[in-house]
Design a binder for this molecule. Structure first.
Ligand SMILES: Nc1nc2c(ncn2[C@@H]2O[C@H](COP(=O)(O)OP(=O)(O)OP(=O)(O)O)[C@@H](O)[C@H]2O)c(=O)[nH]1
Ligand SMILES: [Mg+2]
Ligand SMILES: [Zn+2]
Length: 421
């Protein structure tokens, strides 16, 4: 992350810097979004640059005033300086450790530029007294996740509990596949190892290695395994994900004690699921790096194409890295000379999720057919599309169909609230 952060400072804004010290652009990262306000944490290098610029300005002013005042000038300039410095540091502290509350410039609104948590932004017109500013520019994203909405994340930390709730291999697979579809690096962590026996711990460690993962076993309560985890999180932007109750918020609280209140507020009874997704926030690790807590949900929806599914299994990836199936569009079921089909534990999971992906695609295709309202027509000018005449469209639906639609909507709503977001 950090390598691309400084580029814009050196390239795009050299002329700005030349203009005047006080109008030098400020860069930072959006750490939280609430309604139309963005909390932007300024880059640390810049914060010191800003305060040294400001103290340079204030000492210039002091020098001028000391020249004017012949006798007591020196002393009052010194006092003034110190006072400015004190006010500044208080303001910055009051503004939540160099986080400015920003609006989005109307130009960005006009061009439809969304601002997400994790975005790298340019802040203009900082008001150090009130801790406010405006976002004038958003840098291109390196990655973008929709749920939760976070830009520029480097990795996904999938947290599961070994016990309470019981580790269900199928559910774990489900989450792992979902995590792999993000194309972010996936890191797996098993919490509550204090509740597991040594045999259980060995069993899961070996088993998940077979799946192609190197799980980090931790206990938030006993503070074990946290050093290894910390090394994995350092200097990266990580999204913490996993089912409800596995200890995601407890973990973040432990790693970032200062996040305590805020984490508690988003993962309490009220926040579970719905609230947290609407209010994603990045917390800074004392050792460097940022963590985003997410609401726990128990069944992520998979929307991957059948032909992509194998790429979300490290076991299949490693097989395909050294050999190829006979058919390039092999779905690895019963095709001849398939190199993926075989004796690996999760091959059963693969078949299960493949069947679901195929069913989903079929359903989408059917929907696409029935919803397509244009038909192709050839004439002298070539091919053209014209609206289809829909014979049944204006027919009034029967009472039974109306009842069924209503019923389905109820189920959808119920599912949505169970899913959490
Ligand atoms: N025994 C044990 N319990 C833990 C550990 N870590 C967390 N817990 C407990 O697990 C429960 C759930 O923890 P949370 O941190 O709220 O879990 P979460 O993943 O944030 O849950 P959601 O916010 O619902 O998604 C709490 O009662 C914690 O005290 C651990 O290492 N060992
Ligand atoms: Mg939580
Ligand atoms: Zn195959």
């Amino acid at each position: 992350m950090s390598s691309h952060l400084n580029d814009p400072l050196n390239t795009q804004n050299t002329t700005e810097v030349g203009k005047s010290a006080s109008s030098a652009p400020l860069w930072g990262m959006v750490v939280a979004v609430q309604a139309n306000y963005y909390h932007v944490k300024l880059d640390s290098g810049q914060r010191s640059a800003v305060s040294s610029q400001r103290s340079a300005v204030s000492s210039e002013q002091s020098a001028v005033s000391s020249q004017r005042s012949a006798v007591s000038g020196q002393r009052s300039a010194g006092d003034q300086d110190a006072a400015v410095e004190r006010t500044e540091s208080c303001n910055l502290q009051a503004a939540n450790l160099q986080v400015l509350l920003c609006t989005r410039r109307s130009r960005l609104k006009k061009i439809g530029q969304r601002v997400m948590v994790g975005d790298r932004v340019e802040v203009v017109e900082p008001d150090w007294v009130s801790g406010r500013g405006a976002i004038a520019q958003v840098l291109p994203r390196q990655s973008e996740l929709d749920r939760p909405p976070v830009a520029n994340a480097d990795q996904l930390l999938l947290v599961f509990a070994m016990v309470e709730p019981t580790l269900d291999p199928h559910q774990l697979s489900h989450f792992l596949i979902k995590a792999e579809t993000t194309e972010l690096q996936v890191c797996l962590c098993l919490n509550k190892s204090d509740l597991a026996t040594a045999d259980e711990r060995d069993h899961w460690y070996d088993r998940l290695q077979q799946w192609g993962y190197a799980p980090i076993l931790i206990s938030v309560h006993q503070a074990t395994g946290l050093t290894a985890l910390d090394a994995q999180l350092r200097h990266r932007v990580t999204i913490v994900s996993g089912p409800s109750g596995v200890g995601k918020s407890s973990l973040i609280n432990r790693l970032i004690p200062s996040s305590d209140l805020r984490v508690a507020s988003v993962s309490g009874k009220l926040g579970r699921g719905r609230h947290t997704t609407r209010h994603v926030e990045l917390f800074e690790l004392p050792t460097g790096g940022l963590l985003a807590d997410t609401p726990g949900f128990n069944q992520p929806d998979l929307d991957c194409a059948p032909e992509d599914l194998a790429t979300y299994f490290p076991e299949a990836r490693s097989r395909l890295a050294v050999a190829s199936c006979q058919f390039s569009d092999c779905l690895h079921r019963d095709e001849p000379n398939c190199v993926v089909r075989g004796d690996w534990e999760r091959y059963e999971h693969y078949l299960h999720f493949l069947a679901a992906a195929i069913a989903r695609q079929d359903a989408l295709n059917k929907l696409g057919d029935s919803e397509s309202t244009m038909k192709r027509k050839s004439d002298r000018d070539g091919e053209q599309y014209e609206p289809k005449l829909e014979t049944k469209k204006y027919r009034r639906p029967s009472r039974r169909v109306q009842q069924q639609t209503l019923q389905n909507m109820r189920y959808d709503l119920k599912d949505a609230s169970l899913d959490g977001d």
